[in-house]
Ligand binder design. Structure first.
Ligand SMILES: [Zn+2]
Length: 419
């Protein structure tokens, strides 16, 4: 008997965790956190029962709780090499800035990395009697979707998936054969994205407008992928003005530059980073503001980092601009800025006069691509919809049943399926 249990990301975005178990083996696919005012964790598993953990990609909602399994045990962990390096960067940062309780410390992160097994895409490997294969997911560098083979069944877990890839990532690899169960993300299952070309072109037009009227364009962006993706867009359009990068994005740049084989367009990527100015301290940071330019800096939702400094410096002047290029979570400073044009800086509410515009650069598949993916998969798979908000997961499962004719369900945490 093969049992698949959803331990997290059940009708919500965050804390992804799937347990695949038969009579002999237990494998965990992702073990992430959900960062709200305080972090939320997936359902508990006994670390000593786990034979292996697969991390699909470095984002904390997939990787962030894995070290907790190393407090009392030492299971093997499997992922691509960039996923391990970028997970380390993000989990270290979470431990550093976390003002709340986490049930593990730096030591457990280091132990986790000692038990790291670096895997290539399409390199099949065994965890006891389960055969695992990672496939390119197109979502971020090193990101993978997972095929698990056991008990004569084949499970496909998308992780976060972007069918089309991006300027940095290659297309998702859906050459996965016949499948009995799909566990799919549902983040944007209810909407289609603005076409990428349109997002790029309008961002460049906005940047030219702002810089040519003597202003500074500030782009808050996540340190991994989005910051570099935006730098690549400026490079691809031969943007004539200065592009500045700051914050943890620079550490991510250094890691990503070491993995050219994972990058879609290596020349564009390396030129984009070479031509950008890297901020190395407060002197650089202040000088950057002396003349019109584009500044790309985390945090993507303006929750901290150098983004607060830049926002304060540019907020007042109408000739400046702010380009929102990432999803802004509920109750984040970024969402408040977008909706109310105000920022809370050093305890004071500040009205923002700079021009604010929003552009869609999602790293996830939209509705159209998710359906294309499900229709393209061979076999008569059952489908579980996870990693979407409550209504999206339920409606996506309804639509898969009625449009594609497959048996689909949006599980609650702790629910699962037997194959
Ligand atoms: Zn992700």
């Amino acid at each position: 008997m093969l049992r698949i249990t959803v331990l997290g990301a059940a009708r919500e975005v965050g804390r992804s965790a799937i347990l695949v178990a038969n009579d002999n083996s237990k494998v965990l696919l992702d073990y992430g956190v959900l960062l709200k005012r305080e972090p939320l964790f997936p359902m508990h598993v006994k670390p000593k029962d786990i034979d292996g953990i697969i991390i699909t990609h470095a984002h904390l909602d997939h990787s962030g709780f894995v070290p907790s399994l190393f407090v009392s045990s030492t299971p093997d962990v499997y992922a691509t090499e960039p996923t391990f390096e970028l997970s380390k960067l993000l989990i270290e940062d979470m431990l550093k800035i976390s003002g709340f309780y986490l049930p593990f410390e730096y030591l457990e992160l280091i132990t986790m990395l000692k038990y790291a097994n670096k895997k290539e895409y399409r390199e099949a490997f065994d965890v006891k009697d389960m055969r695992i294969i990672l496939h390119e997911s197109g979502h971020i560098i090193g990101g993978a979707s997972v095929v698990v083979e056991c008990n004569n069944k084949r499970i496909f877990y998308t992780g976060d998936i972007n069918l089309n890839g991006s300027r940095i990532t290659k297309e998702a690899d859906l050459d996965i054969g016949e499948i009995d169960l799909i566990i799919t993300e549902s983040t944007y299952s209810m909407e289609d994205h603005q076409p990428r070309e349109e997002a790029e072109r309008t961002l460049i037009e906005f940047a030219n407008d702002v810089v040519e009227r003597g202003g500074i364009l500030f782009i808050p962006a996540f340190s991994i992928e989005r910051a570099q993706e935006i730098a690549c867009v400026f490079q691809a359009y031969n943007f004539k003005h200065r592009v500045v990068m700051d914050g943890m994005a620079l550490k991510a740049n250094e890691i990503m530059l070491r993995y050219p084989m994972f990058i879609n367009n290596v020349e564009l990527f390396s030129n984009a980073l070479k031509n950008a100015e890297w901020i190395r301290g407060w002197g650089d940071r202040k000088r950057a503001l002396n003349s019109p330019c584009v500044i790309i800096s985390p945090a993507g939702m303006l929750v901290g980092g150098a983004s607060i400094f830049y926002l304060e410096e540019i907020a007042d002047d109408t000739k400046n601009g702010i380009a929102i290029v990432s999803y802004q979570g509920e109750n984040t400073p970024g969402r408040t800025l977008m909706n109310e044009r105000i920022a809370l800086i050093k305890g004071k509410i500040m009205k923002v006069n700079a021009e604010i515009r929003r552009f869609e650069f999602s790293g996830h598949s939209g509705r159209h691509e998710l359906f294309k993916m499900i229709k393209s998969i061979k076999g008569e798979p059952k489908v579980l919809t996870v990693h979407g908000d409550h209504d999206s997961c339920i409606k996506f499962a309804d639509d898969i049943r009625s449009v594609v004719g497959l048996d689909a369900y949006a599980p609650l945490a702790g629910e699962g399926i037997e194959l």
